[in-house]
Design a protein. Structure first.
Ligand code: S3P
Length: 258
């Protein structure tokens, strides 16, 4: 064997070790998830991830290729999260609720925690149409926008394990609820009108609220929508005064009980 062949063989041996370690790691990740489920333990433990990161940082100090190795570990952690998410949810998680109920915030937290893909319906529609939601309402009217929502929900049926963050009006159409339930579990997020006002007051991309940013208006519109929201929901989560972590943990526990 010449020198090059010897080096390649050594590299192959390294890859074997990495491969075996990864397969073992993934098995352990699944076992941890099963243990947490079986013992009713908290599923999300972000402090554990922080500990891992800190360990890696310490171990890599003054080593070569620090950034490259860190990138590999980032990818390992991300894929572990995906394995966990797929084990927990073999369907889409559909978040519904009034404007400002926390759908986008919770979606992005679920993305961080489980590396799940997120479909932010308003954003996807705005990108497809090449204009803001307010401009779509103004140029084509609300009905056109509602049709776009229905079409997007139908498109999402070819996927699983995605978080779908619905615009606040999506469950108002019965057809939409039928479509979202075909491969999704529906999570209704609620909040008091005062909390909603506080969350939306500085935003200007909600045409229905633009000139109505006050508690009586919000309470009235919410009242009109409540029945349909509740009828669509598989589970209901109150968000007032809770942290993102608490809300997500409650969602997970309730979905597991479903
Ligand atoms: C709407 C809610 C908005 C957006 C549009 C209409 C509604 O989404 O789809 O302004 O009818 O409640 P968010 O709930 O994400 O703000």
């Amino acid at each position: 064997m010449n020198q090059l062949e010897i080096l390649r063989e050594s590299l192959g041996q390294c890859d074997e070790i990495i491969l075996d370690a990864l397969l073992m790691r993934n098995r352990i990740v699944e076992e941890i998830m099963a243990y947490k489920e079986a013992n009713n333990l908290q599923i999300l433990q972000p402090e554990q991830e922080a500990k891992q990161k800190e360990w890696l940082h310490r171990r890599l100090k003054e080593k070569r290729h620090q950034a490259e190795v860190e990138a590999v570990f980032d990818s390992i952690i991300k894929n572990s999260k995906k394995i966990q998410a797929r084990k927990l949810f073999d369907y889409n998680i559909v978040l519904i609720g009034f404007m400002g109920a926390g759908k986008s915030t919770i979606s992005s937290y679920l993305r961080d925690m489980f590396a799940m893909d997120v479909v932010e319906m308003d954003q996807v529609i705005a990108e497809k149409e090449g204009m803001s939601i307010s401009d779509i309402f103004e140029m084509y009217g609300e009905e056109y926008f509602r049709d776009a929502e229905t079409n997007l929900l139908i498109e999402m049926q070819s996927q699983t394990n995605v978080v779908i963050s619905c615009g606040g009006g999506v469950p108002m159409r019965e057809r939409n609820v039928v479509e979202m339930k075909k491969n999704g579990k529906v999570v209704l997020l609620t909040a008091k009108p005062e909390t909603i006002l506080d969350r939306v007051k500085d935003n200007h991309d909600r045409p229905l609220l633009e000139n109505n940013k006050n508690v009586p208006f919000i309470a009235e519109l919410m009242g009109k929508r409540r029945e349909k929201y509740e009828a669509a929901a598989d589970i209901i989560i109150e968000t007032d005064g809770k942290s993102k972590l608490e809300i997500c943990e409650e969602i997970i526990q309730k979905l597991l009980e479903e």
